[in-house]
Design a protein around this ligand. Structure first.
Ligand SMILES: Nc1ncnc2c1ncn2[C@@H]1O[C@H](COP(=O)(O)OP(=O)(O)OP(=O)(O)O)[C@@H](O)[C@H]1O
Ligand SMILES: [Mg+2]
Length: 393
C-alpha cells in the first residue's frame, strides 16, 4: 500500500529520444490507475521507471513521500506482471509462483511459502494446476500464474504492463472481470498499462490518457468520456470512435447553432451554457458527435443531413451504420436494434438514402488550431502562461 507521486518525470533514451516529457501525477494509496494511449506513447517507459527497471532522466518518483529514484527494483516493494508472462518452462506452476518468495532474505519458511502460494492459487482458481508445467496450460491459465507470482509477495505497488494482450477477446473479458475481483481482494495501489480503451474504462479509478510522451488528460472514466479536454482524448476514448469534422459554430441572438453539411442544428442544454460562459463567438470549429448521439430522422428538415449508407454492421444488440455525406465525409451511427422494425432493418442496405441529425445536448466543440475543447478548459493554465510572459518582460 502506498501513495506514488511522480514530479516532472522525464525519460530521455540514448540518441536523444524523449519518451516521456514532464510527467506529473499523484496516485493515491489503493488507487487503480490506468495508463492508456497508442503504441509508443511512453506507457511502459513510465511504468518501468516506477518499477526501477528504467533510469529516470529528470524529476522524482516518491513512494509514501520517500524518493525512490536511486532504489533498486528489489528494494521498492513492487510486483510486476509483464505482457509475455515470463514463466520458467522447467518449473511447475507452484515453483514459478514460489520463485519470488525463495529470493527473500532472511529466508521464508517452507510453510509460509506453501501457504502464500496455495492462497494465491485459490484466489485465481489455478489450484488444480499447481503441479503442472506452464506448457501444459492455456494462455489464460498461464496469465493467471504470472499474476499469482506477482501476488504472493507483499508489495506496496502492483504494476501490470498489458497483462491481457496475449489473450483472445473472450478470455480477455473474463480476465478483466477477474482483475476487478482481484483488486478487491488484494487491496493495494495498482498501475496498469494498456492500449485498449475498454480495459482502461472498466478497470481504472482514474485514467491517464497519453500521447507522444505527454499526458493528454487525467480523470475518472466518466470525466474522460463525457468531458474530453481535447480532440485526441475525444477520439481515443469510446468505440466506435467519435465522429469529428470541421464545421461552423454560429452565435445568433445569444443562441448557438452548428451548421454541418448545410443543416442548422441548435446547441442546447449545458453545452450551450458552457460556450456562453467561455465567451465563445461564431467561429470555425471541429465538431464531435459520438456515434450513439447521431439520430436517424423520419423525414428531411432544416436540422437533418442527407447521407448514403455504405456498410451496415450487425453487432447483435445494435447496428453500426457507416454513412457518407454528400461531400464524402464518413460518419458512423450506433442504432440499438430493439428500436427498429424488421421492415426498416431489411431496408438498411448499401446505397440507402437516410436523414440524420445530432443530439443537440451532447455535442463536443474543439478549436481548429489547438484542438482543445471549447467547453472544458483548464482555467488555471492560461493565467500561468501570462504570468511567465510578464516575468520574462
Ligand atoms: N531502450 C530504448 N531506447 C530508445 N528508445 C526507446 C527505448 N525503449 C523505448 N523507446 C522509445 O520510447 C518511446 C516510448 O516507448 P514505450 O515502450 O514506453 O511505449 P508504449 O506506450 O509502452 O508503447 P506500446 O503500446 O507499443 O507498448 C517509443 O518511441 C520507443 O521507441
Ligand atoms: Mg508498452
Amino acid at each position: 500500500m502506498a501513495n506514488v507521486k511522480l514530479t516532472n518525470v522525464k525519460k530521455i533514451y540514448q540518441g536523444n529520444v524523449v519518451a516521456v516529457h514532464d510527467f506529473n501525477l499523484d496516485i493515491a494509496d489503493k488507487e487503480f490507475i490506468v495508463f492508456v494511449g497508442p503504441s509508443g506513447c511512453g506507457k511502459s517507459t513510465t511504468l518501468r521507471m516506477i518499477a526501477g527497471l528504467e533510469e529516470i532522466s529528470e524529476g522524482t518518483i516518491e513512494f509514501d513521500g520517500e524518493v525512490v529514484n536511486d532504489l533498486q527494483p528489489k528494494d521498492r516493494k513492487i510486483s510486476m506482471v509483464f505482457q509475455n508472462y515470463a514463466l520458467y518452462p522447467n518449473y511447475t506452476v507452484f515453483e514459478n509462483m514460489a520463485f519470488p518468495l525463495r529470493l527473500i532474505r532472511p529466508k521464508m519458511s517452507q510453510d509460509e511459502i506453501y501457504e502464500r502460494v496455495t492462497k494465491a492459487a485459490e484466489i485465481l482458481g489455478i489450484t488444480e494446476y499447481l503441479t503442472r508445467k506452464p506448457r501444459a496450460l492455456s494462455g489464460g491459465q498461464r496469465q493467471r500464474v504470472a499474476i499469482g507470482r506477482a501476488m504472493v509477495k507483499d508489495c506496496k505497488v502492483f504494476l501490470m504492463d498489458e497483462p491481457l494482450s496475449n489473450l483472445d477477446a473472450k478470455l480477455r473479458n473474463q480476465m478483466r472481470a477477474e482483475i476487478i475481483l482481484l483488486r478487491k481482494k488484494i487491496n493495494t495501489t495498482f498501475v496498469y498499462v494498456t492500449h485498449d480503451q475498454t480495459e482502461a474504462m472498466t478497470l481504472g479509478d482514474r485514467i491517464v490518457v497519453m500521447k507522444d510522451g505527454y499526458i493528454m488528460q487525467v480523470g475518472t472514466p466518466t470525466e474522460v468520456f463525457d468531458r474530453p479536454r481535447n480532440l485526441f482524448v475525444a477520439e481515443f476514448i469510446g468505440a466506435p470512435k467519435m465522429n469529428t469534422f470541421k464545421t461552423n459554430l454560429v452565435k445568433k441572438d445569444g443562441k448557438y447553432f452548428v451548421t454541418p453539411f448545410g443543416a442548422e442544428i441548435p446547441v442546447t442544454g449545458q453545452k450551450a451554457d458552457l460556450l456562453a460562459e467561455n465567451g465563445i463567438d461564431s467561429q470555425e470549429i471541429i465538431l464531435g458527435v459520438r456515434p450513439e448521439h447521431v439520430v436517424l430522422a423520419d423525414k428531411p428538415s432544416k436540422e437533418t443531413i442527407r447521407v448514403i449508407l455504405q456498410v451496415n454492421e450487425m453487432m447483435g444488440n445494435e447496428l453500426h451504420l457507416h454513412l457518407l455525406t454528400d461531400d464524402n465525409t464518413p460518419l458512423i451511427v450506433r442504432v440499438p436494434t430493439m428500436n427498429l422494425t424488421d421492415e426498416f432493418r431489411n431496408e438498411l442496405v448499401m446505397g440507402k438514402e437516410l436523414y440524420i441529425t445530432f443530439e443537440s445536448k451532447v455535442m463536443h466543440f474543439f478549436d481548429t488550431v489547438t484542438e482543445k475543447s471549447l467547453l472544458y478548459i483548464d482555467k488555471e493554465e492560461p493565467v500561468q502562461e501570462d504570468e511567465e510572459e510578464i516575468n520574462a518582460e
